[in-house]
Each structure stands twice: as structure tokens, then as C-alpha cells.
Design a protein around this ligand. Structure first.
Ligand code: GCB
Length: 604
């Protein structure tokens, strides 16, 4: 079964149609390619009325700000001037760059002039790590396309469109929320706008390897399955090299540029205890792409999750993509390393990257550090289940997440939703997404979603969601002791499940302001949160089939829903670490429980 999608197939499944995306098929492994960074200072114009895009009759036009004209002729009426506009940093959210943009939701124009060295005989692409939420892109006044969805990459081919000397790249980024969007208007995280991840100019030979998958087969023992999608007129075959495994294998490319083959080999398995990665090289014609790839299997057996056929307990923590110490969107290797090393200090072998795909270096850093990952799309709360455009949008984000990261062996769970209200149309929507995820992924990962718990009779907890039948694990959020009673309720709660699948608690928690001390019955004290974690961890010991958990959350994060002065001040305080990096008492309760768990079910 082919799971890399060709351009024709993408058009068939509607990924390239509709309003969700006009972008082209993704180029994967940007860090492994010849690329020039377009990061740094860009010019910016804040445009709440979208004056640069709509004329006074509200007709969209490419002839205004997109043209990036110099304001050098005083006889001509021009009401913008990028040259004199303020700088803005890319990558980065705009909200934390200027105080007046803190709450801003709307359009900001980004403009970069650059003079790249490029080879006219080669192909060039402009790649965006992410733009929240909608982006329209113009090069030298010509519209390249648009993209919807704030957390996944997109690219446009610019071969033949770059000029010798100076070029102008203009991007209209709009982070307005929409009821039919993914996410919708209501979410518990800050709506950070902007070009939040790196922008890169990629150069490739005329024929190049656009996408590939090199994975251990989930069904054939000791077999690496490889799929390659070459793009361009000229390569007859592809060569796969994994020097450490003495693999050098050549395979013909079909007329559509695809190759699919399997190789018998016995690689050392990647695991949290041994995060072994191999140098992998793929060569087609004059194109060479290198990657570091790990090999592992993941499956379930009854209530157990088996990594490389051995039981593993997922000692996890949920994380938002926010910078350590000062909040705002995280994007760098340093941000990733700090956040993930805090998780490791807590004894974690797993992270839930909530509630949207995090940046690529976060996933890669976790892979190097031996952290398994739950990766999620922002199908959150009350999505418009009956709207076909909403489905196209969600499906597109799922496609882009999986395409970007399908070679990351540390991702073991794709999550398709968080706390979505039950209905027939929601079930249909999510069942379709689950089946798309399985096809795209080639079945090498588990499919989960954060469901919700039910109190089926007083003190008896379960999950009564038909979605459970579609997922590989019974994963759910519960807030006993915070939104649901007080921490003692944990002691009175018994758990029962109707199917035999691994049980995974994807959230629980409660708020505490770092440094606020008092009686353990007082909300928002560190003692309340500590007590809640003590009761919770005791309850976890009694939950049948528990295979992992990711309490909510590693670090306090900004949320527009949290208004309590002097305690919340626009932060969700459920972090085990404060926004400034200080560890709260509950951090140590979790660490103690994870140390115990690691002794009971050691990482192999
Ligand atoms: C949840 C959501 C999460 C919120 C959290 C809370 O159930 O999944 O996004 O931030 O509760 O703190 O209320």
C-alpha cells in the first residue's frame, strides 16, 4: 500500500482543493536540504481593516500592498511604505514582540527583500514552517498561493520567478478566529499570530526526492519498508544507503516518480533507553538527501502498549508550544531542549505535544533525547462537524502533520481530537480522520484522541464514547479534584472499561501560583495542587489497564480565558513549573511517582 501521496492523489482526496490550502505538495526534511534562511528582521504593517488587500468595495486585490512599491514618487498617491515600516522578527509570534499587539487578532503584512544566490538550472521553493492562521504569499508582486492552518508547514515552487538581485517576498498573515475553523473560536490557549516558524529558500536539482518514508515494517519481522516520491523528469532509480547496517540498495522509480521496496535487516531498536538513530542517505539522479532515522515497532496487546514487543509505560507530560521563562511561541532548538529536559528531570519518557503539531525541531530533539511523542491536530472542543470545508481543513492539517513527521520514530500516537462533544456527525468526522491517518501513516503508529470520562454511577468512572471503538487506546481527560469535586474524590473513584485496550489519561491537573502557600484546601496554593497530585497518583495505582498518562501541564501558559487578578493574570496555572521556570511542589510528587513506575516497568 502506498502511503506517500502523489500530486494527482492529493488533488483527488481534495487536499489541494477547497479553501483549506492552495499550497503545493510538501517537501519534507527541510533541515536535511540545501537551504538559505529567510529568518531575521522583516518589515511589518498592522492592518486591522485589511486595507492592503480589499479595495473600498471590499473586492480583494493583489495590486495593493502585495506589490511592495517604493514610495518614491510624491506625485503618486500611496498610503503604505514597507521601507519605513517597523521591523518584526521571524520566526516569532507578534503578540509578544510589541505591547500593542498582545491581544491583536487580524492581519499583519510581512515583507522581506532578499538577494539570493541561486542557480537558474535548479529548482527553488519557499518553505514556511507555519503561519498562524491564514497566509497569502506573493513573490515580486505575483501571488504564489495561500495556506490555512496555523501549525503545519507549506511551500511554493518559485523556479523561474526569482530575480537576479533584489526580490520582494510579501506575506499577509491573518490570525482572526472563525467558527468553522480548526481550531474554532473557542480554545484555552493564546492565539499567537505571525510567521511563528522559520522561512526558508530551498534549492534542489531539476529532479529531486520530495518525500520519503523509511520505517520498520509493522507486520514483517526485521524488515525496513521504504517509499520514495521523486519529483521531476530525470531519475531512473533511487539508491538507499544506511552505512552502519551495510545497506546500499538501488531500486527503479516508476514513471510517476514513486518507488517502494523492502529490505531485510536487523537494526538496533530505538527506545527511550537507547535512542539509536542511523544515518540514512537517499540518492536520485544528482539529488542526495540525508536524515537520521530510528527503527522501532509499536503496537498494543490487550491493555498493554508494546514498544519493540516489550511492555512500556508512558510516563508523560502535556506541553504547549511556549517558550520557557517568558512565554510566547517556542521555535528554536534551545527552547525545545529546555522544555524537554524539564520533562526528563521529572522522569518522563513521553510527551504529549498539545493541542496542535509543534515545530519540527521539538519532535527531532525529543527523538534524540529518547522521548516518545503524542502529536495532535487542533480538532478541539466544538468544531463544525457538518461543514465539509471544516473537514477538508482538519484533514489537510492531519496530512501535513503526518507528511512532515512520518520518519520520526519517536512519534507513537497521532491524536485526532481533544474533548469533542459526542454526536453522530462528530463520530463520522473523526472516524474518517482516523482512517485517513492510518492510510497516510502506513499503520506504524497508534491512533488516539483525548476523550472525556463519564461517572456512570456515583463513584464509578468509565468512558462511554463510541469513538473508543475506533481508537487504539482508551485515552481521555479527567479533572477529578479540580473541575470535578475535591482531591479526595480520587479516593472514592473506581474505574471500569468496557473494552480491553490500553488506558491512557491524557490530562488531569489543577492550578497553583508558584510561591503561593497555604492550606491544602485553598485553591491555587501549591499545597492544593500537591495534594491533588498525591490523591491522583494513588488513584492511578488502582486504574486497571493504565498504560500511560500525560498530566496537564509542564509549564504555565498564556490563555485568554484566565482572568483572576494576581493569580492567573492571563495564565493557565496548571503548570508543574511556573512560566518563569520555577518548579512547584506537585512537580516532585509526579517525579516520585514516575521514579516508582520506572522501577516497576523499566524502559528497555
Ligand atoms: C482541558 C483542555 C485543555 C485546557 C484544560 C484546562 O480539558 O483540554 O486545553 O487547558 O482543560 O486547564 O482547563
Amino acid at each position: 500500500m502506498k502511503y506517500l501521496l502523489t500530486t494527482a492523489l492529493l488533488a483527488m482526496v481534495g487536499v489541494l482543493s477547497g479553501t483549506a490550502a492552495e499550497a503545493e505538495p510538501l517537501i519534507t526534511n527541510v533541515p536535511g536540504r540545501y537551504a538559505v534562511s529567510l529568518d531575521g528582521k522583516w518589515r511589518s504593517i498592522v492592518d486591522p481593516f485589511e486595507n492592503g488587500y480589499y479595495d473600498y468595495r471590499l473586492n480583494p486585490t493583489d495590486m495593493l500592498y502585495a506589490q511592495d512599491r517604493d514610495n518614491d514618487d510624491p506625485t503618486r498617491l500611496q498610503e503604505y511604505d514597507f521601507e519605513q515600516a517597523r521591523d518584526i522578527d521571524v520566526p516569532g509570534d507578534w503578540n509578544t514582540q510589541r505591547p500593542e499587539l498582545y491581544y491583536y487578532e487580524g492581519t499583519i503584512w510581512y515583507r522581506k527583500r532578499f538577494s539570493p544566490e541561486f542557480h537558474p538550472a535548479k529548482r527553488q521553493f519557499i518553505h514556511f514552517g507555519a503561519a498562524n492562521y491564514e497566509a497569502i504569499v506573493w513573490l515580486n508582486g505575483e501571488r504564489l498561493g495561500s495556506h490555512t492552518g496555523g501549525f503545519t508547514p507549506f511551500n511554493f515552487e518559485v523556479t523561474g520567478k526569482l530575480r537576479e538581485g533584489e526580490n520582494s517576498l510579501v506575506v499577509k498573515v491573518d490570525n482572526k478566529r472563525h467558527p468553522e475553523g480548526v481550531p474554532t473560536v473557542n480554545a484555552d490557549w493564546w492565539n499567537y499570530g505571525g510567521l511563528t516558524r522559520p522561512v526558508t529558500l530551498i534549492e534542489t536539482p531539476a529532479t529531486f526526492i520530495r518525500d520519503y518514508s523509511v520505517q520498520l515494517s509493522p507486520t514483517e519481522k526485521n524488515t525496513i519498508v521504504c517509499q520514495v516520491q521523486a519529483d521531476g523528469p530525470a531519475a531512473a532509480d533511487v539508491l538507499l544507503e544506511i552505512p552502519e547496517l551495510k545497506i546500499s540498495h538501488r531500486h527503479a522509480l516508476a514513471p510517476d516518480g514513486m518507488a517502494e521496496f523492502a529490505i531485510k535487516t536487523k537494526p538496533e531498536r530505538w527506545s527511550p533507553a537507547n535512542p539509536k538513530l542511523y544515518d540514512v542517505r537517499l540518492i536520485a539522479g544528482t539529488d542526495t538527501i540525508t536524515d537520521r532515522i530510528g527503527f522501532r515497532t509499536i503496537r498494543t496487546d490487550g491493555t498493554k502498549i508494546l514498544l519493540n514487543d516489550e511492555e512500556i509505560f508512558c510516563r508523560g507530560i502535556s506541553i504547549h508550544e511556549e517558550r520557557p521563562y517568558d512565554s510566547g511561541r517556542a521555535w528554536s532548538d534551545e527552547h525545545a531542549e529546555t522544555l524537554l529536559s524539564w520533562a526528563k528531570d521529572m522522569g518522563c519518557n513521553f510527551v504529549r505535544l498539545a493541542h496542535y503539531p509543534h515545530n519540527e525541531n521539538m519532535v527531532r530533539m525529543a527523538e534524540r533525547m529518547g522521548l516518545m511523542v503524542w502529536s495532535e491536530i487542533p480538532v478541539y472542543w466544538t468544531i463544525h462537524w457538518d461543514n465539509p470545508e471544516t473537514y477538508t481543513n482538519a484533514s489537510n492539517q492531519l496530512n501535513e502533520m503526518i507528511t512532515r513527521d512520518r520518519n520520526r520514530c519517536n512519534i507513537i500516537i497521532w491524536s485526532i481530537a481533544n474533548e469533542t462533544p459526542r454526536s453522530d456527525s462528530r463520530l463520522k468526522f473523526l472516524a474518517n480522520l482516523a482512517s485517513e491517518a492510518r492510510t497516510l501513516d502506513g499503520g506504524v503508529r497508534l491512533i488516539g484522541a483525548a476523550m472525556e470520562k463519564d461517572e456512570v454511577s456515583p463513584g464509578v468512572m468509565s468512558v462511554n464514547d463510541p469513538l473508543e471503538d475506533i481508537l487504539d487506546i482508551i485515552s481521555f481527560n479527567e479533572y477529578i479534584g479540580w473541575y470535578d469535586g475535591t482531591p479526595e474524590k480520587c479516593d472514592r473513584s473506581e474505574w471500569t472499561f468496557k473494552t480491553r485496550k490500553p488506558v491512557f489519561i491524557s490530562e488531569w491537573g489543577g492550578g497553583a501560583l508558584y510561591g503561593m502557600h497555604g492550606d491544602a484546601t485553598h485553591r491555587f496554593t501549591e499545597e492544593y495542587q500537591e495534594d491533588l497530585y498525591r490523591h491522583h497518583t494513588r488513584m492511578l495505582d488502582r486504574i486497571p489497564g493504565l498504560a500511560g498518562c500525560t498530566p496537564w501541564i509542564l509549564k504555565d501558559f498564556r490563555s485568554p480565558r484566565r482572568h483572576l487578578p494576581r493569580i492567573q493574570d492571563d495564565f493557565n496555572r496548571k503548570g508543574l513549573i511556573s512560566d518563569k521556570g520555577q518548579r512547584k511542589k506537585a512537580f516532585y510528587v509526579m517525579k516520585e511517582w514516575y521514579d516508582k513506575k520506572a522501577a516497576e516497568v523499566p524502559d528497555k
